[in-house]
Design a protein around this ligand. Structure first.
Ligand SMILES: CC1=C(/C=C/C(C)=C/C=C/C(C)=C/C=O)C(C)(C)CCC1
Length: 294
């Protein structure tokens, strides 16, 4: 088991215990604090990462900043104009992005699309599991973003389909992907722990626990390795220093949005639209980073 997974599973068990101790509002508040800290931070060095990708070293930083701001801006406009389509694309990209982080160390499949399909199915299952346990709330947020009632969310079919697909792929992996064989039991235990946290905790708490412990922190670890050669606390400080300005700008950005709209009911909608706009370039940068690593 990877060192980082050991830490994540121990803290996840702790989170499970905390879930039973805190009321739902406190869980949500702490969940938001986690997302605004580690969650946003893990995407705050994207520009530095792009600059460090092969072939980009001689290009100007301002060019990347310009492209990045443009992509975020276009995503935000598209979110306002064709919200349902953009939300679906966002959820699909996020699912892939979660699976990619989680199973980065698996060796390649014989078929080219094997690994990407597995990433997508795994990430979709995680998100659909969370949506299933909080279907009414998710439906409300989707409605306030898109104005569409998505009955799919209350229907267990997508969860069942992704669950069966995941099971089949896991069985395939067990026989054909040697590194998966070693982690299979641990992966099943993780899924059970996620399901318990999602079921027992609030929506934001469940999302935050997965997003921070199983996505953002492992991603921070991999980004630091990519940028500075190895993970160490010294290198984490370097990462933090270079990410700091972008992190603060993002926090101020969402703060300003909230201040002007000041409607608590649509806070979740604004929050997820904001996350979506910064996720599009982020998922692309991380895809390129892992391609380079492979
Ligand atoms: C939880 C949740 C949603 C999805 C959030 C997602 C998919 C977040 C992905 C974030 C990523 C990938 C960040 C970058 O690394 C919806 C559909 C808005 C509905 C309300 C609850």
């Amino acid at each position: 088991m990877k060192e980082i997974s050991k830490i994540s599973i121990i803290i996840s068990f702790l989170a499970l215990w905390i879930t039973s101790r805190l009321n739902s509002d406190d869980q949500t508040l702490i969940g938001f604090i986690f997302i605004f800290s580690f969650g946003i931070l893990h995407g705050a060095n994207d520009l530095v990462l792009i600059k460090n990708l092969k072939g980009n070293k001689n290009r100007s930083f301002l060019t990347f900043l310009g492209i990045y701001v443009l992509v975020v801006f276009i995503s935000a406009i598209l979110f306002l104009t064709i919200p349902l389509i953009v939300l679906i694309i966002f959820v699909v990209i996020s699912a892939y992005h979660f699976g990619e982080q989680h199973f980065q160390d698996l060796e390649n499949y014989k078929w080219t699309w094997g690994k990407p399909v597995f990433y997508l199915v795994y990430g979709s299952f995680i998100l659909l599991l969370l949506f299933y346990f909080h279907n009414i709330e998710v439906q409300k947020i989707i409605f306030s973003i898109t104005n569409y009632e998505i009955s799919l969310v209350t229907n267990p079919a997508p969860l069942i389909i992704s669950g069966v697909a995941l099971l089949l792929l896991m069985i395939y992996n067990y026989f054909y992907i040697p590194t998966f064989k070693k982690i299979m039991v641990a992966e099943i235990i993780y899924l059970i722990v996620f399901a318990l946290i999602f079921k027992l905790g609030s929506l934001i708490w469940g999302f935050a626990i997965y997003f921070i412990l199983w996505h953002s922190i492992p991603s921070l670890h991999d980004q630091i390795k990519f940028l500075y050669g190895k993970y160490s606390f010294e290198n984490f400080k370097l990462y933090f220093k270079s990410a700091f300005v972008y992190w603060i700008v993002s926090l101020i950005g969402i703060g300003v949005f909230y201040y002007f709209l000041k409607d608590e009911k649509i806070f979740d909608a604004i929050f997820f639209s904001f996350i979506a706009a910064i996720t599009f370039p982020h998922a692309f940068v991380i895809l390129k980073m892992f391609e380079k690593k492979a």
